[in-house]
Structures are given as C-alpha cells and as structure tokens.
Design a protein around this ligand. Structure first.
Ligand SMILES: Nc1nc2c(ncn2[C@@H]2O[C@H](COP(=O)(O)OP(=O)(O)OP(=O)(O)O)[C@@H](O)[C@H]2O)c(=O)[nH]1
Ligand SMILES: [Mg+2]
Length: 208
C-alpha cells in the first residue's frame, strides 16, 4: 500500500517544524462513517502536508462496502489520515482521521490510543451510519463533539431533531461544519477543545 501526500516530497518546509513555544500537544481523532468528509477535514485544516492513505475503490468492494448515498466516491481511506494544527503559540493538535469503511474499523483501537477526544463527522442524509460510531466512542469513554458536515442536497434538520435522532446527551456539543473550509473545520476542533476543558473543570455531582 502506498502512502500519498498532497505534494512531492522536497524536504521539510519551515512550517513542518514545531515552534519552540509549543508546550502542549493533544491527539484528537476524526471519526465517522464512510465518506462523511474525514480526509477532507484533516486536509483543509492541517498546517503541514497531510498524510493520507487513499486507495482507489474497485469492483472487489462491491457487496462488501456499503456505498449507499456515496455511489460517486472513487477513493477511500484504508489506514489513516494525519495532520497538525496549532491553536495557539503553545497548543498544537495532532489530527488522526480514521478509515470509514467498516472492514477497516479494527484499526480504530490503535488510532484511539492516547487520544483525548474525537470529532464525529455526520452526514445528515445517512444518520444511521453514525450510531455504531457514537456507540464505539461511548464504550471507550472517549469524549466527543458532533459536527454536521454540510453536503449540498442534505436536508436541513434543526439541531434538536438531530440530537434526538442520535440519542445524544444534552451536554455533547453539536456544530455545523463544512469540512472543505479551513475556518469551519477549525471551529469544530475548537468546540472539542472547549468541551474537553469544561470536562476537566466541572466537578461531578456528589451523591446526596
Ligand atoms: N459538499 C461537501 N462535500 C464534501 C464535504 N466534505 C467532503 N466532501 C466531499 O465528500 C467526498 C468524501 O470525502 P472524504 O473526505 O473522502 O470522506 P471520508 O470520510 O474521508 O471517506 P472515507 O475515508 O472513505 O470513509 C469527497 O468527494 C469530498 O469532496 C463538505 O463539507 N461538503
Ligand atoms: Mg477518508
């Protein structure tokens, strides 16, 4: 399997180096069902050349991969995406995108190792795909936020309806997102970081 990067390798660029001011690095995973925009998000927001592991989808996947709703997709992530974004002079996030095809989900355990939180990308046309994803995060106890990725023909549901449909607890943040847009993707990551911060500063209610 070849790893592709978006530009030919010509040696490290100045932005590839971490500034000396960085004191905190946080690992975050970008998860979601097949074709919800995980690779797009990591690529749009990363300040370094993102690592991707896209492979062409072939006839071999017919009957194995569920491509309902994303029939026009030609490539898929077979291992992971990797990128990096600095949120301030001191704080850097390392982004790991997971593969969406169910047959590669066994890789998730390794990718989740050491992660502090996750952004769950959702395509509101294919909500069913998100149930297993959210269930896995809940099983692992990994905090997450939900980002509704804006696909052009996706019906626009109120957040409250989507929350109810996904059976999400009230405290789990939800945001609209366009994974192709750097600022929008960054906002989704900031929402996760704010949520992680509130979790560390909120004391659990004491039993009476
Ligand atoms: N309109 C629109 N299209 C998007 C958006 N995000 C991704 N896409 C398109 O959706 C398709 C799938 O995006 P990917 O980033 O490959 O999705 P993925 O979740 O990484 O897919 P897998 O790794 O195969 O599960 C691509 O053709 C993207 O250009 C978005 O926010 N809006
Ligand atoms: Mg992908």
């Amino acid at each position: 399997m070849d790893c592709k990067i978006s530009e030919p390798v010509v040696g490290p660029r100045s932005e590839d180096y971490l500034p000396a001011s960085v004191s905190t690095a946080v690992k975050v995973v970008i998860v979601g069902g097949f074709g919800v925009g995980k690779t797009t998000l990591v690529g749009s927001v990363s300040e370094i050349r993102p690592l991707t592991t896209e492979e062409t989808m072939t006839q071999a996947g017919v009957g194995v991969d569920d491509v309902a709703g994303v029939e026009r997709k030609t490539e898929t992530t077979v291992a992971m995406d990797f990128g990096r974004i600095s949120l301030s002079d001191e704080l850097v996030l390392y982004l790991f995108g997971t593969p969406g095809q169910q047959r590669f989900w066994f890789l998730w355990n390794g990718l989740f190792e050491g992660a502090l939180g996750a952004v769950v990308l959702i395509d509101s046309r294919r909500l069913d795909d998100s149930f297993d994803v959210i269930g896995r995060l809940e099983e692992r106890g990994l905090p997450f936020v939900v980002a509704i990725n804006a696909f052009p023909d996706a019906p626009s549901y109120p957040m409250s309806e989507l929350r109810a449909a996904m059976d999400l607890p009230d405290d789990v943040p939800m945001v609209d997102c366009d994974a192709r847009n750097r600022a929008s993707s960054r906002d989704a990551l900031l929402t996760l970081m704010r949520y992680l911060y509130t979790l560390t500063t909120t004391t659990p209610e004491q039993p009476r």
